[in-house]
Design a protein around this ligand. Structure first.
Ligand code: PLP
Length: 326
């Protein structure tokens, strides 16, 4: 059977599963949304599910400082900063980009939570392992015990977050008396999708897990997610046949680049806001939701009746991109 590693209960769970009724009527099928944007206020989004396991490990190893990394507007870094404050841990963020004159969105919150921040160039960020080592050494020299969490908490520990979300989804489906055909999500570092792939198999949700990549490409994520699934299997000695589980990436919607969206995405964000009163973000959920609406009209998803979109959060990412809504 499945033995979970230690977990801290930090997220507001279970999150609601809601039918987007007006949008569903427009589309001619049922679009359900799993509201993982409601896992917390400061900790809104998908990262807290993963961090429940990563931070439990940090605590179990008696670490007092957490080091992690991401873009300037990283939701993962903001959620980590908030949770470290709650747990009495120091936090150091390695952020890719230039320190702005007026911090906004997630970065502003990082500062409010008291995170130490190193801003690094794209060039430096390419040697991420070295950066981690350098920062860790600074803390070790001061007598601290650092714990490192990789990008997006997407490793064999973080994967457990969305494995654990699957029995929750199963109960949602039973309660609503639905058996969804497809679960859609945005993929940025792959841990959410990897967890869903495992949980879907283990808990027999019988769904097709489809992810829209918001950066890199299909080949990159097949390799990244495949690698993380293998590491998970080795680490936890599971008999899940990970090699046989499909990894479905819907490529072609990255648009102008990571963190940058075209007008179509902003129109979809406004549409969902105005039809459903729900905020998507321009970096992840807006892009993925927009892609999902396009894909649902294609032959690939013909005959599909119920789909679930995992709302993975990201609301604070709207503010630095305010010019697109004015
Ligand atoms: C990180 C993030 C994702 C992507 O999840 P991964 O597990 O990194 O692939 C999606 N949506 C939001 C809002 C995120 O912050």
């Amino acid at each position: 059977m499945l033995t979970y590693p230690p977990r801290l209960r930090l997220a507001n769970l279970p999150t609601p599963l809601q039918l987007l009724s007006r949008l569903s009527a427009d589309m001619g099928l049922n679009i359900w949304m799993k509201r993982d944007d409601l896992t917390g206020t400061a900790t809104s989004g998908n990262k807290i599910r993963k961090l429940e396991f990563c931070l439990a490990k940090a605590k179990a190893e008696n670490c007092d400082t957490v080091i992690t990394c991401g873009g300037i507007q990283s939701n993962h870094c903001r959620a980590t900063a908030a949770l470290c404050a709650k747990l009495g841990l120091q936090v150091h963020l390695i952020l890719r980009g230039v320190s702005p004159e007026s911090p906004d969105g997630n970065l502003l919150l990082d500062k409010i939570f008291g995170a130490s921040i190193s801003f690094v160039t794209d060039e430096e960020y390419r040697s991420l392992d070295e950066l981690f080592e350098r920062v860790a050494n600074q803390y070790i020299q001061r007598g601290n015990k650092p714990f490192m969490i990789p990008t997006g908490a997407s490793d064999e520990i973080g994967l457990w977050g969305y494995i654990a979300a699957c029995p929750e989804l199963k109960r949602d489906f039973e309660e609503k008396e639905i058996s969804p055909d497809v679960i859609f999500t945005a993929t940025g570092s792959g841990g959410t999708q990897a967890g869903l792939i495992l949980g879907n198999y283990i808990y027999e949700l019988d769904c097709d897990i489809q992810s829209v990549n918001v950066c890199d490409d299909e080949a990159y994520f097949l390799n990244k997610i495949g690698g993380d699934l293998n590491k998970w299997q080795h680490c936890f000695d599971s008999d899940v046949p990970v090699e046989t589980l499909p990894i479905n990436i819907i490529d072609g919607y990255v648009g102008p680049g990571y963190g940058r969206a075209d007008e179509h995405v902003f129109d979809t964000i406004k549409r969902v806001a105005r039809q459903e009163g729900i905020l998507l973000d321009p970096v992840y959920t807006g892009k993925a939701f927009d892609a999902m609406l396009t894909e649902l009209k294609s032959d690939r998803f013909a005959g599909v009746k119920n789909v679930v979109f995992i709302h993975t959060g990201g609301v604070y990412g709207l503010f630095p991109q305010r010019q697109n809504f004015l």
